[in-house]
Design a protein around this ligand. Sequence first.
Ligand SMILES: [Zn+2]
Length: 185
Amino acid sequence: MRDCFAVSEELLIFAANLPATETDTPATDGLTNGQIINFQNNIIMYSDPKECLYCTNNETLHNLMIEFATLRVSRAFLFKEQTYRGRCLVAYNGHVNDLNELSDEERNDFMADVAQVTRAMQKAFNPEKINYGAYSDKLSHLHFHLAPKYVDGPDYGGTFQMNPGKVYLTDAEYQEMIEKIKAVL
Ligand SMILES: [Zn+2]
């Protein structure tokens, strides 16, 4: 099945039930996988919002993170894997692929949200530096990973790992961490 979400001279969005694959194949009538955006002649593959963990708030989302705040245009989460103490994530409200697709106002609001959270993380946990990661090659929903780094901590001076799968806390410890951030958010 294919639904048409929006049509304009410059922007065509199509969605299908199957997940997106990595390809630069142009949109055709035979489209069967994911969404395709034709934006000023650039073809971009999009993942399906119906399978997006942020849009559906599914179990995968709850296994990975805990939502703790609603911001201007996004939501803030504590990442459950806590190799990088205090690690959080900010996800944009809409199923948008990239920062460069937002209007100036939307982008300013989103970055204000991101900075609000990292400022609170800095106050709450006092890391040496906070690393920002916006990757999502296969999940086209704008979000920033916010990974605090400590001089004697893991991967200081290098790139943080997406999910080391090593450090998990108790529910009470997660809650304590969230309270610390929220107190200075
Ligand atoms: Zn989404």
